[in-house]
Design a protein around this ligand. Structure first.
Ligand code: GDP
Ligand code: IMO
Ligand code: MG
Length: 425
């Protein structure tokens, strides 16, 4: 049965939360496959906003089983606080299943994330300082603690003592910070968090495969995005996991042939938070306008997002990297008041034209975008309920993006609300 992936095609915040929520209507299970609480997925239901970090966006529907897959890094304090906040809003969170193989974010990960960013100074990446990079680094170094370790106090303490020796040397000798006490961490993780998390911990590989075998429909919810991918993004200005669709397999335990549909989420323009190349970035009044109309501030961090024009070069690359079967275009309404809209159709650098991003970052830094200018529609489209109601110029814009990216656009967002979308026929 179908397993659909929702993947960001830009630098994050494309509206994956809203699309996951939309598609989850017809699904049975929603699985997060990578990232952690660096994600902020905002969903607006009947005017009420939910900003999810770790809990899969399908949680708002009672018929969905939300799953946190093995590829996610979990800060238990954040997860429990998020579950409590959802419960307080009347959402049933008892169905959540958490992979025993997911790695834990520990207090020293957050501390080291903050310290290394400060140490890098003007070369800082602009991380979310949530401990994501250090947690994945420990996973790769094979000194990470996993969710299943919460279920065995002896093993947890053994592993913690070993890893903390090295972490405390780094904290005290390199960064001149106080050492962290293993006992304090163990008390919190084993006495406060473990008893609450224990009933949710399971073998999620078995869970997802059993669901597929029962004929259930699975949605794999990506966090971050293609160009924040550790392998395929604008390294080093990336996150430390693999948001691309391939990561949906490694991060959930599904096999490549289990994936049937790959929905790329793209904003009708582009945003980016943190440092790194951004060829179509727009400053000045136009930049301000897009930030203001798009409310381009981090869902959980509150950071101002950088903004720019739609970049078809990056979108084509995203189509290749993810095997996109379709694109869901979000925030078209943000462009309502523009009389002209630019779309980057190629790059130029040193007399060479690029239809796909140059692999060498030094070249990418220096490219000049080649723009096509399309007419705006100067009409409020936020009330549209049918694609045919969109002004001709808005439909032309959508058609142009389909042509230049080579991918069919199946959904167009016209506002943040759950009902604010139209489907091109
Ligand atoms: P995610 O990280 O990809 O889930 O995206 P975020 O939730 O961080 O950011 C997307 C923002 O755009 C959120 O505030 C959404 O409520 C909002 N949004 C999503 N789709 C639309 C749309 O079609 N129009 C408008 N105006 N806002 C949208
Ligand atoms: P969602 O899922 C936008 C960015 C950070 C930084 C880089 C590395 O809401 O789209 P990290 O803390 O992951 O080590 O930071 O990645 N970043 C995001 N940008 N949306 C996100 O998530 C992001 N998660 C991380 O700003 O540039
Ligand atoms: Mg976000």
């Amino acid at each position: 049965m179908p397993a659909t992936v929702v993947v960001g095609t830009q630098w994050g915040d494309e509206g994956k939360g809203k699309l996951t929520d939309l598609l989850a209507r017809d699904m049975d299970m929603v699985v997060r496959y990578q990232g952690g609480h660096n994600a902020g997925h905002r969903i607006v239901v009947d005017g009420e906003a939910f900003a999810l970090q770790l809990v899969p966006s399908g949680v708002l529907y009672p018929h969905i089983t939300p799953v946190i897959g093995n590829g996610v890094v979990v800060d238990p304090a954040v997860l429990l606080a998020e579950l409590d906040a959802l419960s307080a809003k009347g959402i049933d969170v008892s169905r959540l299943i958490v992979s025993g193989n997911a790695h834990l974010i520990m207090p020293y990960h957050q501390e080291l994330d903050r310290l290394t960013e400060r140490f890098l100074g003007k070369n800082a990446l602009g991380t979310t300082k949530r401990g994501i990079g250090p947690a994945y680094a420990d996973k790769s170094s094979r000194v990470g603690l996993r969710v299943q370790d919460l279920l065995d106090a002896k093993i947890f303490r053994q592993k913690l003592d070993v890893v903390l020796q090295e972490k405390n040397l780094i904290l005290t000798k390199i960064y001149n910070r106080p050492a962290i006490s293993a006992t304090t961490i163990a008390e919190k993780y084993l006495e406060q968090y473990a008893p609450r998390l224990a009933p949710m911990i399971s073998d999620t590989v078995a869970v997802v495969h059993d669901a597929l075998e029962r004929g259930e429909r699975l949605l794999l919810e990506g966090a971050q995005a293609t160009f924040l991918d550790l392998d395929h993004g604008t390294y080093p200005f990336v996150t430390s996991s693999n948001p691309v669709a391939g990561g949906a397999c490694t991060g959930s335990g599904l096999g490549p042939r289990d994936l049937t549909d790959i929905v790329g989420i793209a904003k009708a323009y582009v945003t980016r938070v943190g440092a790194g190349p951004f060829p179509t970035e727009v400053d000045g009044d136009m930049g301000e306008l897009l930030v203001e109309r798009g409310h381009e501030f981090g869902t959980n961090t509150g950071r101002r997002r950088r903004v720019g024009w739609f970049d078809a070069v990056m979108a084509r690359q995203a189509a290749r990297l993810n095997s996109l079967t379709e694109i869901a275009l979000t925030k078209l309404d943000v462009l309502d008041t523009l009389d002209e809209i630019k779309v980057c159709v190629a790059y130029e650098a040193n007399g060479v034209r690029y239809d796909y991003p140059p692999y060498h970052q030094s070249v990418l830094h220096d490219v000049t975008p080649v723009y096509e200018v399309l007419p705006g529609w100067l009409t409020d489209i936020t009330g549209s309920t049918e694609y045919q109601q969109l002004p001709a110029a808005a439909k032309e814009y959508v058609k142009f993006l389909e042509k230049t990216t080579g991918v069919t656009i199946s959904v167009v967002g016209v506002g943040p609300g759950r009902e604010q979308f139209v489907r091109p026929s």
